[in-house]
Design a protein around this ligand. Structure first.
Ligand SMILES: C[S@@+](CC[C@H](N)C(=O)[O-])C[C@H]1O[C@@H](n2cnc3c(N)ncnc32)[C@H](O)[C@@H]1O
Length: 153
């Protein structure tokens, strides 16, 4: 498992759940966990081909201004990299509560052939972890959408 988050406090918050208070410096982390405290797009470019079985993109920053659209993780230029690192048949799960990002995901995925891309659902499917941001979105009355894309073989 690779946990990826560019915001240092996010990584710290994860670590605080994994190691007991006061043992941050020397407590072992789960052996199957790696941390990537950097841009997730760089990780996509660095990973070997067909090395990932499941990818979660949970409530990514929507970058709502059109001039910042190139920073969005779901992006026509990044899709080939995402497809490359996923095994054939692997799933890519994406959740967003932002209407601009939701429309963007629908548009980008309608224009590609690398993934099967059925319509999203409005209720978190089984096996997805809840997140803090999702809870905040629900409390504020926003409706998250959940997509499951499958890497074509
Ligand atoms: C809206 S928050 C959602 C946080 C968490 N996934 C959740 O659902 O509670 C978006 C997070 O994505 C992180 N982020 C934004 N761009 C990123 C990137 N290029 N690579 C890695 N993390 C990024 C931000 O630091 C921020 O913590």
């Amino acid at each position: 498992m690779i946990a990826c988050e560019v915001f240092e406090n996010g990584i710290c918050s994860l670590l605080s759940r994994l190691v007991p208070e006061g043992r941050e410096a020397d407590a072992p982390l789960p052996g199957n966990l790696r941390l990537w405290a950097n841009d997730a797009r760089l990780l996509m470019r660095a990973l070997p081909a067909a090395s990932v079985e499941k990818l979660f993109l949970l409530f990514p920053d929507p970058w709502p201004k059109a001039r910042h659209a190139k920073r969005r993780f779901v992006h026509p230029l990044l899709l080939p990299e995402v497809a490359r690192v996923l095994e054939p048949g692997a799933t890519w799960r994406v959740a967003s509560d932002d209407p601009i990002y939701q429309d963007w995901v629908a548009k980008v995925m309608a224009g590609q052939v690398l993934f099967e891309a059925p319509a999203p659902v409005a209720e978190r499917p089984q096996g997805w972890p809840p997140t803090r941001y999702e809870a905040k979105a629900l409390r504020s009355g926003r409706t998250p959408l959940y997509w499951t894309f499958t890497r074509r073989g």
